[in-house]
Write a protein that binds this ligand. Structure first.
Ligand code: ADP
Ligand code: MG
Length: 247
């Protein structure tokens, strides 16, 4: 029994999503239910075309579900939840430098230029791109491009990070390095992120990174099973009780 009730950060309830006009439409999500708690990394595993990206885009607020509810519970004094997203294809602007791409993350917010620059450089530094501020995406490797994608997501100090197959466009070694770096930042508490929801096709990656794995069925997409990962997860390794056991 836990003494403190687990805090819910995201509640997806009965979400349906159609593409196209009524008649010839495609039902992609059907009655999706999903809860994201504080301090967890959750994996979303499912076939291609099952609606995982659609679900993430809905949670990010990039599209509106046809029906259902996506809520971000918070206390009365807490600021609105900030959600950031990282894309498989990086989604960088090729005509902008690394720093400019990261500053795009702040565009919707009214942040003064000096502050924008300060925050962009801090995010670039955090993610290991120090010295590449003025480079263009085409001058960077895939791994570095995805670091730019991560910096752009982190620059707004999100509490929820959504990642849509963030490592699948990268070779195995690059993916592993980036995963490890991200997990280090997470376990050391160097990002303000409270929880991560990540789509992946890679079950090994899901087991290594996630506290829970949600299995997504297709036609239409829905969460049909949950796997709890019982391995010590990155955050637990910082726990004094866990350390006492292993040290
Ligand atoms: P996944 O990420 O699981 O591969 P997606 O959410 O990308 O699945 O897509 C789910 C289904 O919705 C697919 O059949 C896809 O072709 C379709 N789809 C995705 N985006 C759109 C769109 N903007 N307009 C019409 N159909 C779409
Ligand atoms: Mg997808």
């Amino acid at each position: 029994m836990t003494l403190i009730e687990e805090r819910r950060l995201v509640e997806v309830r009965n979400v349906r999503h159609h593409y196209g006009k009524a008649g010839g439409d495609l039902l992609v999500l059907d009655d999706v239910d999903l809860t994201l708690f504080d301090n967890e990394i959750v994996g979303l595993l499912g076939r291609s075309g099952s609606g995982k990206s659609t679900l993430l885009r809905s949670i990010a607020g990039l599209i509106a579900p046809t029906s259902g509810e996506i809520a971000f519970p918070r206390g009365p004094d807490e600021p609105a939840t900030t959600v950031s997203m990282v894309f498989q294809s990086f989604a960088l602007f090729p005509w902008l430098t690394v720093q400019q791409n990261v500053e795009v993350g702040l565009e919707a917010k009214r942040v003064a230029p000096a502050e924008r620059r300060r925050r962009a450089l801090a995010a670039i530094d955090l993610i290991g791109l120090d010295g590449f501020e003025n480079a263009y995406p085409k001058e960077l490797s895939g791994g570095m491009r995805q670091r730019v994608g991560l910096a752009r997501a982190l620059v707004v100090d999100p509490s929820i990070l959504l990642m849509d197959e963030p490592f699948s466009a990268l070779d195995v070694l690059t993916a592993e390095t980036l995963r490890t770096d991200l997990l280090d930042l997470w376990s050391e508490g160097r990002m303000p992120i409270k929880s991560i929801l990540m789509v992946t096709h890679n079950i090994e990656e899901a087991v290594l990174m996630c506290d829970r794995i949600l299995v997504f069925s297709s036609n239409p997409g829905r969460v049909t099973a949950e796997i709890k990962v019982e391995l010590p997860q990155p955050r637990d390794r910082q726990d004094p009780a866990f350390r006492a056991l292993v040290e």
